[in-house]
Design a protein around this ligand. Structure first.
Ligand SMILES: CC(C)(COP(=O)(O)OP(=O)(O)OC[C@H]1O[C@@H](n2cnc3c(N)ncnc32)[C@H](O)[C@@H]1OP(=O)(O)O)[C@@H](O)C(=O)NCCC(=O)NCCS
Length: 144
């Protein structure tokens, strides 16, 4: 039976290990421990983990900026996929964002990640004609 709850400090090692396994090619600035610490300072209740027994098998990190919600680090352990865990995490995110008054949830998917597009489409998300832009404001990850 899957349990979804807010992240606890004691989850750090398991979550960081999961992200390193699921996102092996992540850029250096997506440093798991740094990203976790930053999230704990802002809407930490929207940072969710999925557990099977005591094992962390999934995560989703969401936020609401007063206009839109966003979700990052949607991830399920490779050995536990296609069992509805990713869907349960996204439903939990949606429920919490809606309860906070957030009318719409946005997310970004790498253009090469077609399988994940299929996952989100199954959950009712639509590909929208937008150009995704970003600007790094500072670097905070540990130097090698
Ligand atoms: C995307 C991810 C979180 C989905 O987790 P999951 O627990 O396997 O998803 P679910 O079991 O809830 O899948 C629900 C439905 O989505 C679709 N789906 C899920 N994975 C899919 C895939 N690889 N290819 C095609 N459709 C897929 C299917 O319709 C599936 O239903 P089905 O199993 O009955 O066919 C997981 O594959 C993952 O961690 N991927 C790598 C990390 C990643 O890229 N995250 C997204 C960052 S934007």
């Amino acid at each position: 039976m899957i349990e979804i709850r807010a992240y606890l400090e004691s989850d750090e090692a398991a979550v960081a290990a999961l992200w390193r396994e699921v996102f092996p090619g992540s850029p250096a600035w997506n440093h798991p421990e740094t990203d976790i610490q930053r999230k704990l300072a802002v809407q930490r209740e929207l940072f969710l983990v999925a557990l099977l027994g005591s094992e962390i098998v999934g995560t989703a990190m969401a936020g609401y900026d007063g206009h839109r919600g966003w979700v990052y680090y949607a991830a399920v352990s490779p050995g536990h996929r296609r069992q509805g865990i990713g869907s349960a995490l996204m439903r939990a995110v949606e429920h919490r964002l809606a309860a906070a008054g957030c009318p719409k949830l946005n997310l970004q998917v790498r253009a090469t990640n077609r399988a994940v597009v299929a996952f989100y489409e199954r959950l009712g998300y639509q590909v929208e004609e937008r150009v995704s832009m970003g600007k790094r404001l500072f670097h905070s990850f540990p130097e090698p």
